[in-house]
Design a protein around this ligand. Structure first.
Ligand code: AMP
Length: 290
């Protein structure tokens, strides 16, 4: 495994080879490693980038306290047989005079994570587009854990990097259902104990929605009000732990992030739950086949 820090070193190591890129912010866990394994399966050399991107953190967010564990990360990536790790400084990715890469995000930036974190997706687009420009991979892998980010990246690739295939990898969870996240280490004992209710409530609501859709006797508008009630009840149960507070729980189209008022094939449940200062993201397909 070769570790490089600069664009110039990377360029000479890759020498124009077809590669698969796995972008990360480090503090790696099994979720990240599942992306690496999916990348390896594609057959080309795998490049993992480790870069905590300041542009995707708001002024009051956790950029300075975001965990940085490069030594451990390198050990894990070496064991996975990664070919190249690109761990640049901020100035290397965004040198003076950097022209930001941008796309029109529209709805993707107006709701849920876009609304909660102004400027976040513009920062994601800039860093992912810049990494695509530097690494020039033929494929890149992203986690469904960040479902709205995945939609943003897919749009970026379609519009500006049509030669890069975007692959999605499923969410890796703890045995009790909590989605793995670099931020889980910040949970208190009580928060950690309550946190699996996020995924179990998503599972329950998905099941309830599927049942509602299958139920025969319905009047116009019933499904809309039942859907809202099921989403609200799940939030209340999550909040009842006392240590968790739901920011949102919505039914969405995973490509456009249109908020849906009733279930339809392909719909996802998307949520963010606060545990103190830590925001826990999760989502799940409702499971209705097109
Ligand atoms: P991050 O380091 O948080 O920027 O994440 C890097 C990549 O890993 C993103 O594509 C995430 O969606 C993905 N990822 C993070 N957590 C998980 C998880 N629990 N399961 C699968 N992928 C994940």
């Amino acid at each position: 495994m070769i570790l490089v820090h600069s664009r110039a070193e990377l360029e000479s190591v890759l020498a124009g080879k077809a590669t698969t890129l796995v972008p990360t912010m480090g503090a790696l866990h099994e979720g990240h490693l599942s992306l690496v394994r999916a990348a390896k399966e594609l057959g080309n050399p795998v490049v993992v980038s480790i870069f905590v991107n300041p542009k995707q953190f708001g002024p009051s967010e956790d950029f300075t306290t975001y965990p940085r564990t490069l030594e451990d990360d390198l050990r894990l990536l070496e064991a996975e047989g990664v070919d190249v790790v690109f761990a640049p400084d901020v100035d290397e990715v965004f040198p003076a005079g950097h022209q930001p890469i941008s796309i029109t995000l529209g709805q993707l930036d107006a709701v849920l994570e876009g609304a909660a974190r102004p400027g976040h997706f513009a920062g994601v687009v800039d860093v992912v587009g810049t990494l695509f420009t530097i690494v020039k991979p033929t494929a890149a892998i992203f986690g469904e854990k960040d479902l709205q980010q995945l939609a943003v990246v897919r749009r970026l690739a379609t519009e500006q990097f049509p030669g890069i295939q975007i692959h999605a990898a499923p969410i890796v969870r703890e045995p009790d259902g909590l989605a793995l996240s670099s931020r889980n280490r910040f949970l208190s004992e009580a928060q950690r104990k309550a946190a699996p209710s996020i995924s179990s409530e998503l599972e329950l609501v998905a099941k309830q929605l599927a049942e509602q859709l299958a139920a025969p006797q319905r009047e116009a508008g019933d499904l809309v009000s039942t859907t809202r009630a099921l989403l609200d009840d799940a939030q209340e149960r999550i909040n009842a732990h006392g240590v968790l507070s739901t920011e949102y729980l919505e039914l969405v189209d995973p490509n456009t992030f249109e908020i849906l008022d009733e279930p339809r094939p392909g719909a996802y449940l998307a949520t963010v739950v606060r545990a103190g200062a830590t925001r826990l993201l999760d989502n799940r397909a409702v499971g209705l086949k097109p």
